[in-house]
Design a protein around this ligand. Structure first.
Ligand SMILES: *Cc1c(COP(=O)(O)O)cnc(C)c1O
Length: 361
């Protein structure tokens, strides 16, 4: 069996070119006589891998020198705790609740201090992004927290919230490197890489240097201090070495494509194919307010749970995998990350048209 079109929300599709390169280097990485999986993280060869990965990410995102790039473990979910433990000096933070991941982060922060939900789109099952131009930001908030692209619901902040001068912390797990960003607008940008960059097991944290201090909440474990990882260039202990190596290859692939401006154009083209069809179809409907639609995760429904199930089943048989919506919302979801070829989206839409014709009386 050949490769399928994999619409998984994560772990997700990776560029075929990257997988082939990794396969070719599996037994002997550049004359070292061993796989990257087998080598010391303190070796010359590995030092070059992690340093090059960091530099390529800095180039792609235009990361200023006063920001550190950390390659950590524990997934995005561990950041839900690490952020308050390291940043809650006043023990107050404001959270914008745009879905389950934001909510989980908010709930975790309550363990460490006063977390305020200052806006939410829960009233309409997170199908939109609330107006964040004039929110009741807390006077003494240590930061304002958002989940920038809501993987489950398919919404994306097209404009960052007005934080009224407070530090912005953003979970970009499912939109990482999908388009250019102005890093200077954030205090912390972080994400698990298994959505749009690499294999599960790596989380990347881009953090402004002044936010990295010794002054963490009492009881913060050493491994959960940004400072220990920053001071040791992500090599305090054994990092997720092989995962970082694959991320590095994806960074090179993105650079070769032409950088994030080009990647954004490609993503817009791809998403338009699917959204245009959803807007004209009589059977399939997008679930998100148009102006808040994500370029990465596209949820849709037929309005009939049995028909949804039939579609998912027949799509799978035709080579379109993982189109079932998140278990909390049902319906379908096509995740069309950077590595999903345009052809995959075109073929999916062809298949949807055919399904619609066959199932309309
Ligand atoms: C998947 C996801 C998470 C959780 O990631 P883990 O690495 O599994 O902890 C958090 N936030 C967003 C936006 C996600 O898409």
């Amino acid at each position: 069996m050949g490769r399928v079109y994999n619409f998984s929300a994560g772990p997700a599709v990776l560029p075929e070119e990257v997988l082939k390169e990794a396969a070719a280097e599996m037994l002997d990485y550049k004359g070292t006589g061993m796989s990257v999986m087998e080598m010391s993280h303190r070796s010359k060869a590995y030092e070059e891998i992690i340093q090059t990965a960091e530099q390529d990410l800095r180039d792609l995102m235009n990361i200023p020198d006063n920001y550190k790039v950390l390659f950590l473990q524990g997934g995005a979910s561990q950041q839900f705790a690490m952020i308050p433990m390291n940043l809650m000096k006043n023990k107050v933070a404001d959270y914008i609740i745009t879905g389950q991941w934001a909510k989980k982060a908010y709930q975790e922060a309550q363990i460490y201090g006063k977390a305020n939900a200052i806006a939410s789109s829960a009233d309409e099952t997170f199908s939109y992004i609330p107006d964040c131009s004039d929110l009741p930001i807390s006077e003494d908030a240590d930061y304002v927290y958002i989940c920038e692209n809501n993987t489950i619901y398919g919404t994306k902040f097209k404009e960052l919230p007005n934080t009224k001068g407070k530090t912005l912390v953003s979970d970009v797990s499912s939109c990482f490197l999908s388009e250019p960003v102005d890093v200077t607008k954030y205090g912390v940008i972080y994400g698990g890489v298994q959505k749009n960059i690499g294999p599960a097991g790596v989380v990347i944290v881009i953090i402004r240097e002044d936010l990295i201090t010794e002054d963490t909440l009492p009881g913060t474990p050493t491994m959960l201090k940004y400072k220990i990882h920053a001071d040791n260039a992500s090599l305090y202990n054994t990092p997720p070495a092989y995962g970082i190596y694959i991320c590095g290859k994806v960074f090179k692939w993105l650079k070769k494509l032409g950088g994030l401006e080009t990647v954004k154009k490609m993503n817009e083209e791809k998403a338009k194919i699917l959204y245009d069809f959803l807007d004209e179809s009589k059977m399939f409907k997008g679930t998100v307010r148009k102006e808040d639609r994500s370029l990465m995760n596209v949820p849709f429904v037929t309005g009939d749970a049995d028909l949804d199930a039939k579609f998912v089943k027949e799509a799978k048989a035709a080579g379109f995998e993982n189109l079932k919506g998140h278990r909390s919302v049902g319906g379908m979801r096509a995740s069309i990350y950077n590595a999903m070829p345009k052809e995959g989206v075109e073929k999916l839409v062809e298949f949807m048209k055919k399904f619609e014709a066959e199932n309309t009386k």
